[in-house]
Design a protein around this ligand. Sequence first.
Ligand code: AMP
Ligand code: GLY
Length: 435
Amino acid sequence: MSKEKLNVLLLGSGGREAAIAWKLSQSPRMGKFFIAPGNAGTSAFGTNLPIKPTDFEAVYDAVVSNDIDLVVAGNEDPLVEGLREFLESRAMAEGRELLMVGPGKAGAALEGSKDFAKHFMAKYGIPTAKYLTVTPDNIAEGDAFLESLEAPYVLKADGLAAGKGVLIIDSIDEARQSLRRMLAGQFGKASAKVVIEQFLSGIECSVFVLTDGTGEYIVLPPAKDYKRIGEGDTGLNTGGMGAVCPPPFVDDEFMAKIDSRIIKPTLAGLAAEGIDYRGFIFLGLINCGGEPLVIEYNVRMGDPETEAVMPRIASDLLPVLEAAADARLKGMAIETDPRTSVTVMAVSGGYPGDYEKGKAISGNLAPAESIIFHAGTAAAADGKPVTAGGRVLTATSYGRNISEAAALSYKALEGVHFDGMYFRRDIGRDLLPYE
Ligand code: AMP
Ligand code: GLY
């Protein structure tokens, strides 16, 4: 397919999708653009459709009624549940040409099953932490594996658990008890299997690969996110409180190791497994003494990393997404902006615990020196934005270095208000020694 204009349907509603929508809406190739369900900010870039991405029938209806050429999956749930297969079979039955960014069920298992991902890495020699998968049938083996490790102990629910399925535990007795609680259903079906892992220490980063199923790929600018609620990386885990792109420790030498030891073997492994993977692969990596190891795979972009990465892509993203979906990435590339970008997330008071929604958002949502992306927002009856989630909105700014970009993002958020608003003021501070 190579139409001059493409009608695009982007699935999701977070800051990640807002950033992708912002970027795609600037494409001269964009025809009609829809975001499902989107948020109060995405309606500035396209038309929001009130559809849940996991409602496959409704997604396909939207494809038909809006003559969609390309579907871009923002989040993992529909992919793990088989959206690609569903849309492909419907489109084929009706003779409709439809492209999609996002893997099928088999590829999405890289994120949907930690056991699958670890087995895949072991099989294809991809560096990662030692592990054992435990079910109710081999708990004794699990206890013995825990004994063989040093504290802290890492326990992971096999399946998707809304980002809450990873426990890092200091005492071995507690780890044994947690293992049993997880297997007994602490995270429902997701923890019917538990992966025990060796703890790795080092600094983390996120690398995003766009691939087309033929072994061709493009690497997007790398980023680092900040998961804890509190400054100095303290307190509870969140979906992400900010991001820096690029993290200065990811230099050419480290990137070359990632490419040869992780990206190429991952794509070769997918091909060997007969998995036609067209979409993003998010490598959650850790730098252990200069060596990259994989902490996890995701089958989508990161959030809030995307809010920092998209503004650093200087060329048109839409033709590249089309090519990945159409297995013709060969010879394609992206241009990157040389500046550093820093994204800071503003969250609802109480998050990641309980928080209230429906707070009016006021202030300058279009500052000259930053880009504000909506995340958990909704339009009230009068059209004005109100809070609708824990992570509410982000500010992204460019700078010659991290401090300069971060200062602009803090300034942008100082100009925005909602009841209970909170954001960290130390995004990227840990990276300053590497600059
Ligand atoms: P995951 O969902 O697998 O990315 O795990 C969530 C977070 O837990 C990661 O971003 C890491 O900060 C931490 N983590 C996961 N696995 C390990 C490990 N083997 N060693 C150290 N930290 C880990
Ligand atoms: N920022 C990490 C994630 O999107 O999973």
